[in-house]
Ligand binder design. Structure first.
Ligand code: PMP
Length: 398
């Protein structure tokens, strides 16, 4: 074995520095299912760091569907969708997601990340222009890097900034605006009416990544375009199966011709193994629930309004959040790590968002709300947060 790589990377000590301070919060070992209360490294903690917004990863019907799928189809299809990796369940899920979102067709990818790194370079190439919100998910920026198109980043949810950039691009060039439907750090909803108006004015196509919006906003949780009544004005709706769908995988929905093109040309679809039977079956079962039982979404919203109210009353800065993603702005990496640790020791699991993910003055800890939380659990977490925040002098600098 050569030591070339070891020599290159031994100076990378960032995680070790955090570990040396006993503050390292990543890769924690979870030993139970992802319910509102979980066991982590031998400790029972309240889970406020899961994206299972509707709480369906623990739903008996979802679990049973996964088990039955393994019994019938085995553990994996061991191949790409294009070749031997398409089951009748994949086709059923594609058809049902297309219908659910109000689009003609849908293509499943193996993750939401693969949707963005597959769609962007396939749809936009040399001579084309991509317009990206500064706070879009990392996978959108990775997709843009793989594209030969010119990427143009506009200020977060700022239509003046977007218009300035659109107006500078050549009138005849293909323009593609790609935005998150709900922003994954801030928890605010994209200004889709503003985007659609500009897209019409400048003749641009639009894609919304509804990873955090599916199951949360829109009719039966159909996401951001449906929420604004703008489904026909959005060309591509992308998303993940790993959040409300309680599974693993990704999808994009559009008109039949665009989906046909993507299915036969986008590399992350053709050259990657397909979603496993258990994951397809869980997503189908979750979709059944989303379409027929709105109690989970209603409870999620009740919990979301309650959390935002409690956190604001305690004096926390929740920024522009209006969804189950509730950031608590700390604006200091060390304090974000320290708070995460204190919370964990006292029984609350949250995720810190620190630099380089965000600039240090934007660092935060993120509470992700699920329908399965109780108000008592939210109260308890908020109280623990409040005590810990005083100990790290959060309010002094807020
Ligand atoms: N897009 C957005 C907006 C996301 O938040 C995420 C995941 N956090 C993804 C895409 C990637 O999805 P997946 O986890 O299915 O790869």
């Amino acid at each position: 074995m050569s030591s070339i790589l070891k020599n290159r990377y031994q100076s990378y000590q960032e995680p070790q520095k955090v570990k040396a301070q006993n503050l390292y919060p990543f890769f924690r070992n979870i030993q139970s299912e992802q319910a509102a209360e979980v066991q982590v490294e031998g400790k029972n903690v309240l889970m406020f760091g899961s994206n299972s917004y509707l709480g369906l990863t623990t739903h008996p019907k979802v679990k049973e569907a996964a088990i039955n799928a393994v019994k019938k189809y085995g553990s994996s299809l061991s191949g790409s969708r294009y070749m031997n990796g398409t089951s009748d369940m994949h086709v059923e899920l594609e058809n049902r997601i297309a219908k659910f979102l109000g689009k003609e067709a849908c293509a499943l990818y193996s993750t939401g990340f693969q949707v963005n790194i597959g769609v962007l370079p396939t749809v936009a190439g040399k001579g084309d222009y991509l317009f990206l919100d500064r706070y879009n998910h990392a996978s959108i920026f990775e997709g843009a890097k793989l594209s030969a198109a010119q990427s143009v980043v506009f200020r977060h949810n700022n239509m003046t900034s977007l218009e300035q950039k659109l107006s500078k691009a050549p009138a005849e060039a293909f323009k593609f605006i790609v935005v998150d439907g709900i922003f994954s750090m801030e928890g605010n909803i994209v200004d889709l009416p503003g985007i659609v108006a500009l897209a019409k004015k400048y003749n641009a196509a639009v894609m919304t990544d509804c990873a955090h919006a599916i199951g949360v906003i829109g009719e039966n949780g159909a996401g951001t375009p449906n929420h604004f009544g703008l489904t026909d004005d959005v060309d591509i709706i992308g998303g993940t199966l790993s959040k409300s769908f309680a599974s693993l995988g990704g999808f994009c929905a559009a008109d039949e011709d665009t989906i046909n093109y993507l299915k036969h040309t986008s590399k992350s679809m053709i050259f990657a193994a397909s979603i496993t039977p258990a994951s397809i079956a869980s997503a189908l079962a979750a979709l059944d629930i989303m379409e027929t039982d709105d109690s989970h979404r209603l409870k999620l919203w009740d919990n979301t309004h309650y959390t935002l109210k409690v956190m604001k009353e305690l004096g926390f800065d929740t920024g522009a959040s209006e969804t189950p993603i509730v950031p608590i702005f700390v604006r200091d990496d060390f304090k974000a790590y320290k708070l995460t640790k204190l919370l964990f020791e006292r029984g609350v699991f949250v995720n810190p968002v620190v630099s380089p993910g965000v600039s240090p003055e934007d660092s935060l800890i993120r509470f992700s709300i699920m329908s399965t939380h109780t108000h008592e659990q939210i109260d308890k977490a908020a109280e623990i947060l409040y005590q810990a925040a005083k100990e790290v002098d959060l309010f002094a600098t807020a």
